[in-house]
Design a protein around this ligand. Structure first.
Ligand code: BDP
Length: 700
């Protein structure tokens, strides 16, 4: 008898007991709150949901999500209806409110219960997610008044996914878009992807790689794109496409793709009209042109504005926009890649049509672990600039290294361009407030793939999350977001939350220290961009080597970008130029970005360059052991499988931090000819052995 009851108990508990957290549910866990008092406090407020406005698909979606979340979190049924019932009803209402802008929400306690309002049904959906976040992070109900509106209008994810299912720079499996199944079969994952995005305010997704296949513009593929758009639409998310500039030639049968050729214009106009017939709320085009071998208007002697404006014209009266990327650089062994995008784009300020936004990477080179802000920010006041950041960790240890990107994104947003006096931050350029633009945008290169946990590294989810939260409100702090994510995704146990968030918050600085301290950049493994290869001196292009960037010699290290060198500093406003132009006032984190510094030169840190460099490489690698200990402290509060997964990745991370440390210290030592500072144990393996690791990894 006793045995039978025990078995029965086990059977009932089985679905939750034995199930490991595979990460699929992301931060939308909705597991029952363990604090009974807290649960009770909310239960009385959430007996039902009442739709006070027309049940559009989006409002219905909002109600369904709220119901799903509250039922899970509170462990009670929550009814959805359109008639006000008794007490504890949450009312959803679409109503204009000038204080909330176009997409803002308000969640408030009213006499007759909670109310979630906003000017559109999507705004109410955002409000529902805000309430769920509030409950899920363990806040008490009290007298609620949560209101927020996005500071940036276009908040996009950019997928670098290809039609064949590969993902450029993707480290989380293959593409989540199953083009071969579409449009007939809709993978249920698409809807969960939409939920995750809507929950953090993302309102647009570019489905395909910037190195684009023309295929997406064919009638066959537009049907597939339309099917995806249909899943995303109720969540307030629009689809966009990257386009291949040469599409008129490749799939249109035209002899040219010259933007000023009337037939080319006609072709794009006809294609665009077909797109809108198939997808009436299509978001627009993203274009990588005349960059890294991609075709573009310059092939016909035209400039970027000619190309972008032609596409804007093709969009005509449709709502969509053109996002034209400024990531361009020519192979120029004498030049400085740092300056190229500026030189091509800045003179075009004021020449772009109103529907065009120019998309600029956070830094001037290419998604390095730390870059100064791109000098185009603030330098094109008549053009809305979209900030592009990379969530997939192409240069930050793929899905192996734990690197929380909140601090990186914030560092760029908070950087002061000084273009209109102090306080002219990149954030104010991007949100349009500094230069009075009515449109604004931000793009994150997605780190999402077909892996069960979406991002490969479980903590990669925090980067998707942080990006969305900052895209919505760039004034949020990176630490507040990491805590919110941890509480929603991993645990609410306070000491575990504290030790995990410390790891997250320090992780980016730690990564920088053991890979590229003091402003070193672009010294990673050739083409795959993984591991150290500072000795790389031959490649298809000089600006794809490492020596181009670090310029180590017997005198010192670093790229002189002052007036004595490439003078890239001249691209910045005087306020920035003065600070960064003087090695004594240049922040050590940016030092080697702008100065060739003598090995024995004393830095503001009190150490010589060589000693500081070694100290950072060593302390960075050691800090990974600290990350391991912190993670271990949180173990009792974590799902065992998830704990083990991250713990083992942290072990790889330490091994590879030593690889970076030894490679760089030994290699730069061949120039500095200095011993390691006292207290640091020299690497036990010679440089030749460390170089072998690279060879094995790249299978060359
Ligand atoms: C570089 C990547 C390359 C991308 C390019 C881009 O290595 O794969 O195509 O950025 O942003 O960092 O276009």
């Amino acid at each position: 008898m006793l045995l039978r009851s025990l078995l029965l108990l086990l059977l009932i508990a089985a679905p939750t007991l034995g199930r490991a957290d595979d990460g699929y549910r992301l931060w939308l866990k909705y597991d029952q709150l363990s604090d009974a008092g807290l649960r009770k406090a909310w239960q009385g407020q959430a007996r039902g949901i009442v739709l006070e406005s027309a049940a559009t698909p989006t409002l219905q979606t909002a109600a369904n999500e709220l119901q799903l979340g509250l039922q899970g979190l509170l462990g009670q049924p929550v009814a959805v209806g359109n008639k006000a019932g008794g007490k504890g009803q949450i009312r959803l209402r679409v109503a204009p409110n000038p204080a909330l802008g176009k997409e803002g929400y308000r969640v408030s306690t009213q006499k007759n219960g909670l109310e979630i309002t906003g000017p559109t049904d999507a705004a109410v959906l955002y409000g529902c997610y805000a309430l769920l976040r509030h409950v899920q992070t363990g806040q008490r109900p009290g007298n609620l008044s949560l209101s927020s509106q996005p500071r940036i209008q276009y908040r996009l994810l950019n997928h670098w996914d290809n039609p064949n299912g590969t993902v450029e720079r993707g480290y989380a499996g293959s593409s989540m878009w199953k083009w071969y199944e579409l449009p007939e079969r809709i993978d249920p994952r698409y809807q969960d992807y939409a939920r995750a995005n809507a929950s953090i305010g993302i309102n647009g997704v570019v489905l395909n790689n910037v190195n684009a296949s023309a295929r997406y513009l064919t009638t066959e593929y537009l049907q597939k794109v339309a099917a995806v758009a249909g899943v995303l639409r109720p969540y307030g998310i629009k689809v966009y496409l990257s386009v291949l500039w040469a599409a008129p030639k490749v799939i249109g049968g035209l002899p040219t793709s010259d933007p000023l050729d009337p037939k080319v214009k006609q072709w794009w106009t006809a294609r665009t009209n077909e797109i809108y017939k198939t997808i009436p709320d299509f978001g627009g085009f993203l274009v990588k042109a005349n960059s890294e071998g991609e075709p573009g208007p310059q092939d016909y002697g035209r400039n970027h504005a000619d190309g972008a404006n032609m596409l804007a014209e093709a969009l005509g009266q449709h709502e969509g926009v053109v996002m034209w990327r400024a990531f361009v650089y020519k192979a120029n062994s004498k030049g400085d890649r740092f300056k190229e995008a500026y030189q091509e784009f800045q003179p075009l300020d004021g020449k772009f049509a109103p529907k065009v936004l120019v998309q600029v990477k956070n830094g001037p080179i290419d998604f390095q672990s730390r870059e100064p802000f791109h000098p185009l920010f603030g330098a094109m006041p008549r053009t809305p600039l979209v900030l592009e950041v990379q969530l997939t960790q192409e240069y930050l240890g793929f899905a192996t290294h734990l690197v929380y990107l909140g601090p990186l994104i914030k560092e760029c947003l908070e950087a002061d361009t000084h273009t209109q006096g102090p306080g002219s931050t990149v954030a104010k350029v991007v949100d349009g407030s500094l230069e009075k633009h009515s449109v604004s945008g931000i793009a994150g290169v997605a780190n999402i793939g077909s892996d069960r946990n979406w991002t490969g590294h479980p903590v990669g989810q925090a980067n998707w999350y942080a990006y969305g939260r900052l895209a919505w409100d760039h004034t949020l702090s990176s630490a507040a977001i990491s805590e919110e994510w941890t509480r929603m995704t991993l645990t609410r146990e306070p000491t575990a939350v504290a030790s995990i968030t410390q790891v997250l918050n320090q992780s980016r600085n730690i990564y920088v220290r053991y890979t590229t301290p003091l402003g070193l950049h672009h010294i990673m493994g050739q083409s795959i961009h993984y591991g150290p290869e500072p000795w790389l001196s031959q490649s298809a292009r000089p600006d794809w080597t490492s020596v181009y960037y670090h310029k180590a010699d017997s005198a010192g290290l670093g790229f002189d970008r002052t007036a004595r060198g490439s003078n890239a500093l001249a691209l910045y406003a005087p306020g920035v130029r003065q600070l960064w132009g003087n090695p004594a006032t240049c922040p050590p984190d940016y030092l080697l970005w702008f100065h060739h510094v003598g090995w024995k030169q004393q830095l503001s840190t009190g150490r010589t360059l060589w000693n500081e460099l070694c100290t950072r490489y060593y302390s960075g690698a050691d800090s990974v052991l600290w990350m391991q200990r912190q993670w271990e402290q949180a173990k009792p509060a974590l799902d065992p499988e998830l704990y083990t997964d991250v713990a083992s990745r942290l072990r790889i991370q330490h091994r590879e931090a030593l690889w970076w440390r030894d490679a760089c210290v030994l290699y730069f030592q061949t120039f500095s000819r200095q011993p390691l500072p006292s207290g640091l144990t020299p690497p036990t393996r010679p440089l030749t052995e460390v170089k072998e690791i690279v060879d094995i990894y790249q299978l060359r």
